[in-house]
Design a protein around this ligand. Structure first.
Ligand SMILES: Nc1ncnc2c1ncn2[C@@H]1O[C@H](COP(=O)(O)OS(=O)(=O)O)[C@@H](OP(=O)(O)O)[C@H]1O
Length: 480
């Protein structure tokens, strides 16, 4: 199937120039016995690469061939564009930090710490056994005393998260709390900006302790706003066997920065995600947009992610000030706008000429995704490219549970049990499992055949990756 042409034409050649051969400012190479360290400073970041003995000859030849096709952000095994695997270590971040900071600010105007609060020594060196200076020695004590979450539901928007949240809310060992805190993305962005205003340069990052305190304050608020309505103070009743969960389905979409934040602030957190057939998810998102639009009597827009310049918030807010009389766009247009942005950024290409499997694990994909994210659209397609968003979360060591939304709908009691098992809570069954946050059948947009076919075609290679990333159970998911 041929994809429609992107609105802004680009050739593959131009894409390669942009992402694979970005503009370099400086390349420094130090050669030692058995290793070679190269620091590359480009427009907005420094890539530090160390090639060890074992891979040196291979990587050197790849390096000279692929040169700047290598993008390194953190220590990892790394696949070059030609398929060579090299081991890459990020070394000496302190040395490059000052240059990087200057470059970032000069070239983009972005505040430095928005990128990498985790340059903070605490977090960079933080491990699962390092719990900062809050005075506790185990995560469970830390969580109980300081109201940090045991687990986080990271996604996906329109995946049935409200239903799961409501079922879990009825478990006696789950602390009742408000849904959708947006702490680890928007609230934290704002907090960092505010700290910067008050304290000046915080390029070195904030201590882990302060980040935890901020999260803790938000979680407490989330608990008390719910329990206040219920006439008792659950904060007092927070016992050993109770679990606190942050339910923010937007986090999955923030996959470029959320994993690092979680690793720094709540490294013990168990992560859960509900994934729904992305075609249905896109339609559901569109219907929600229409409902909000109707309820405010006009058009909705997404807020600019003002605290993170260049990127927009990806949740739709219902704000009367945002009213406009513009007629709603059709689902088809909604989808095509996003497709144009994905093509322009290079996330979606012609897979007959570009090898999808190679591209998927290459730095070019990460770079294309970052470009797309910074354009911040409604993302009906982007949010459904689960494999891209999952990759960074799955690199973490955290316990991870992926649930198929359709199964939650059809085998609710069993899936509920599996979630409880995952969290280490006693299995119970509820009398009823009502649907939540659902569109009335007659209000659901009828997706035309052509758009549905297009969406299926777009999602197919990305869905195929889920088997590789999440295991056998996800092979052939949502295939006809
Ligand atoms: N039990 C259960 N299992 C699976 N899916 C369910 C369930 N209950 C509701 N739903 C459907 O989930 C859609 C809303 O998803 P969310 O609650 O995650 O939306 S939101 O992101 O919080 O706005 C919404 O989809 P649409 O109705 O297609 O819009 C709901 O119908």
């Amino acid at each position: 199937m041929e994809l429609p042409q992107p609105q802004q034409q680009h050739t593959r050649h131009r894409l390669q120039q942009q992402r694979i051969f970005p503009l370099f400012f400086l390349v420094l190479t130090v050669i030692g016995v058995g290793w070679r360290l190269t620091i590359v400073l480009d427009r907005n970041q420094a890539y530090v690469m160390k090639f060890s003995n074992a891979t040196q000859s291979k990587s050197q030849s790849s390096f000279s061939k692929a040169t700047v096709g290598i993008v390194v952000r953190s220590p990892q095994e790394f696949t070059l564009l030609d398929g060579t695997v090299v081991s890459v270590g990020m070394i000496g971040p302190k040395i490059v930090r000052a240059q990087r900071q200057r470059l970032v600010q000069r070239n983009t105007g972005y505040p430095w710490q928005q990128w990498d609060i985790l340059e903070s020594d605490d977090c960079r060196n933080g491990t699962k056994s390092s719990f900062g200076t809050l005075g506790s020695t185990t995560p469970s004590r830390l969580i109980r005393k300081h109201w940090l979450p045991h687990a986080i539901l990271i996604g996906v928007q329109k995946g049935g998260t409200t239903a799961l949240y409501q079922y879990m809310d009825q478990h006696p060992n789950i602390v009742k709390s408000q849904k959708e805190l947006y702490f680890l993305d928007e609230v934290l962005d704002q907090y960092l900006l505010q700290q910067q205003e008050e304290e000046g340069d915080i390029a070195g990052g904030l201590p882990q302790t302060r980040l935890r305190q901020a999260y803790s304050a938000k979680m407490k608020q989330a608990v008390s706003s719910v329990t206040r309505n219920q006439g008792h103070n659950q904060q007092k009743d927070h016992h050993t066997n109770e679990m606190l969960v942050d339910w923010t389905p937007n986090y999955l979409f923030e996959s470029d920065r959320l994993p690092a934040r979680i690793s720094c602030i709540v490294p013990w957190a168990k992560l859960m995600v509900l994934l729904r057939n992305p075609v249905d998810r896109a339609r559901s998102q569109y219907d929600m947009k229409l409902r909000i639009q109707e309820s405010v009597g006009g058009n909705t827009r997404q807020t600019g992610r003002s605290q993170h310049p260049g990127r927009n918030h990806h949740h739709i807010i219902n704000n009367n000030k945002l009213q406009s009389t513009a007629p709603p766009i059709s689902f088809k247009e909604y989808v095509h706008n996003d497709l144009g942005a994905l093509q322009e950024a290079g996330v979606i290409q012609d897979w007959d000429t570009v090898n999808f499997d190679l591209f998927f694990y290459s730095p070019a994909m990460d770079e294309a995704w970052r470009t797309y994210m910074n354009n911040g659209l409604n993302a009906p397609i982007g949010m459904g490219l689960y494999a891209i968003q999952l990759k960074p979360f799955l690199k973490m060591e955290n316990d991870f549970l992926a649930i198929q939304s359709e199964k939650l709908m059809q085998e609710t009691d069993e899936i509920y049990g599996q979630v409880l098992d995952f969290l280490g809570l006693e299995r119970i069954s509820l009398e009823f499992y009502p649907k939540a946050n659902h569109a009335a059948k007659k209000q659901m947009t009828a997706v035309d055949e052509e758009t549905e076919k297009l969406l299926r075609h777009i999602f197919e290679p990305f869905n195929r990756k889920l088997g590789e990333l999440l295991g056998k159970e996800w092979e052939h998911v949502w295939e006809e």
